[in-house]
Every structure is written in structure tokens, then in C-alpha cells.
Design a binder for this molecule. Structure first.
Ligand SMILES: [Ca+2]
Length: 271
């Protein structure tokens, strides 16, 4: 769901600028490591008020200023690609070819997911391929440190704060630890959930008592659950103009991303 961040960044930034004098709780945000620890001790109160327990508070105390995340955030560039170019850059042909094999190999699993959530294999496999090349690259940044740093950072505090609280609650639940690695903006697991969404939509598909976004079954069930809760209609289409196409916007705000998912999904589903 990475690209959502890019699209939201301008709007969220405007909010931060307008509200900064009153909105950012007791401690002020900052644009460098100086002040991070002071801000963290103040953020403890916010976290407690939000219901974060001791494991989450400990993870907050252990969070370190994530310079790599801030560097990546400052260097974000916005590109405008045609659909064809975007699909080429993202390796859509490879995702479809591998995706068809993955669907055939795990037919029972994907049938069970569709039965429970109404979301067909093609879309879930296309998302899995787009987000992490089917789990082959899930990131190398510490999720808690990344998301707490982004909340402290002045640029988009209000956008990231619910995700920081989400990450700390995921620690409470044992879904992640302070060592869990994800992408630069704290997206975690096979389909790169932001922590707040992970907390809300996480599913324990394999029923081992733990929602694990680094276990494929849990991650894809959580993804299907997210789409279902965002309005996915069982048995209806997901091509542009179909009822489910607009649900893809909830996953990623970029039009070319949504269109790519629809094309890849149709090819993988073979319909
Ligand atoms: Ca599980």
C-alpha cells in the first residue's frame, strides 16, 4: 500500500501545516534526531490514552530515530507513468506468469479465501506480487522505529500517528516485536500493511493464535478481509466500471495501480 502514502502526502502535509500550533499534542514534532527522545516521553501519554499496554510502551521506549526512513521520505519523487509503462516497470508479465502457477499450486487455499471473503485469487495474487514479489522482499527497516519516527517528524504527523498507535498495539498482541522488519514507512509483511490497518484487518488464518503478516496465509486472508470490509461484493466484477473496481482505490490511491491490478487479476483468474 506504499503508493497511498505518496498520494496522501500533500493533503496530509497541508493538514499538518494548518494545525501544527494546536494539534501535535504536548511535545512538538521535529525534523532531526534532536528532540526525538523528549518527544517520545511525551508520546507515552498519548499511547497510554489510546490504550497501549506495557509491551507496546516498552517498544516505544526502545524505538530509535530512523534516519533511513527520513532520508527515503525526503527523497520521494512523484512519477506519472502511462499504464503500459507502469506495468512494465512493475514487472506485471512476470507477476501474471508466476501468479498463475501460484494459483494452481495453492488452489484449495485460494478457494477457501474466496469462500470466506468473496475476493477471487487473481486480485490477491496480483497484490501479493506487486507489493513484495510474493514475499521475496518485505523490507529492512524496523517497523516500530520507522512509524514512530514518522509520527515525530513534522511532515505528516497526523497521518502516521494512528499507525504508530497501531504498531504499538500489534506489539501488545504479539503480532510484531520492536525487531520486526518492514518497508521504509513501516509497511509490514507479505502485502505491506500499514500498522494501523494491520491492527484493524488482521486475520489469524492458520489459527495458531497469532496474526502474522509474515506468514502468507495470515497476510493474504488479512488482505482479503480488508477488501471485504471496504465493500467488496462477492461474485461481482472488478474491472473498471464494475462494482468492485472502486474498492481497489481503498488499497492504493493511484489509478494506474488499480488498473494494473484489474488487468493482472483477470489474466491470473483466466477469465
Ligand atoms: Ca496465524
Amino acid at each position: 500500500m506504499r503508493s497511498v502514502l505518496f498520494v496522501l502526502s500533500r493533503a496530509a502535509m497541508a493538514v499538518v501545516i494548518c494545525l501544527a500550533p494546536v494539534a501535535v499534542s504536548a511535545a512538538s514534532c521535529g525534523n532531526s534526531a534532536a528532540g526525538f527522545d523528549t518527544w517520545k516521553s511525551s508520546f507515552v501519554r498519548t499511547a497510554k490514552r489510546a490504550g497501549v499496554g506495557q509491551p507496546g510502551l516498552t517498544a516505544l521506549a526502545q524505538a530509535r530515530y530512523a534516519q533511513g526512513t527520513i532520508n527515503a521520505d525526503r527523497n520521494q519523487k512523484s512519477f506519472k507513468y502511462s499504464l503500459d509503462k507502469f506495468m512494465q516497470i512493475r514487472g506485471a508479465a512476470t507477476i501474471v506468469a508466476q501468479g498463475k502457477k501460484r494459483k494452481a499450486r495453492n488452489a484449495g487455499f485460494f478457494d477457501a479465501l474466496e469462500k470466506k471473503y468473496g475476493v477471487p485469487a487473481g486480485i490477491l495474487i496480483a497484490i501479493h506480487g506487486m507489493e513484495t514479489a510474493f514475499g521475496s522482499y518485505m523490507g529492512d527497516s524496523q517497523v516500530v522505529s520507522a512509524i514512530v519516527t514518522l509520527t515525530y517528524d513534522c511532515r505528516r504527523s497526523s497521518f502516521f500517528e494512528p499507525h504508530a498507535i497501531g504498531a504499538l498495539k500489534l506489539v501488545d498482541q504479539g503480532a510484531i516485536t520492536s525487531a520486526t522488519l518492514g518497508a521504509k514507512h513501516g509497511e509490514l509483511g507479505h502485502t505491506q500493511f500499514l500498522p494501523g490497518n494491520a491492527l484493524t484487518y488482521g486475520q489469524d488464518w492458520n489459527r495458531d493464535g497469532r496474526v502474522d503478516f509474515y506468514e502468507m496465509g495470515d497476510a493474504l486472508a488479512s488482505t482479503a478481509h480488508f477488501l471485504r470490509k471496504k465493500g467488496w461484493k462477492r461474485g461481482r466484477g472488478y474491472q473498471p466500471g464494475d462494482p468492485n473496481h472502486k474498492v481497489l482505490k481503498k488499497w492504493n490511491a493511484a489509478t494506474v495501480y488499480q488498473q494494473s491490478l484489474a488487468i493482472m487479476g483477470r489474466q491470473i483468474d483466466g477469465s
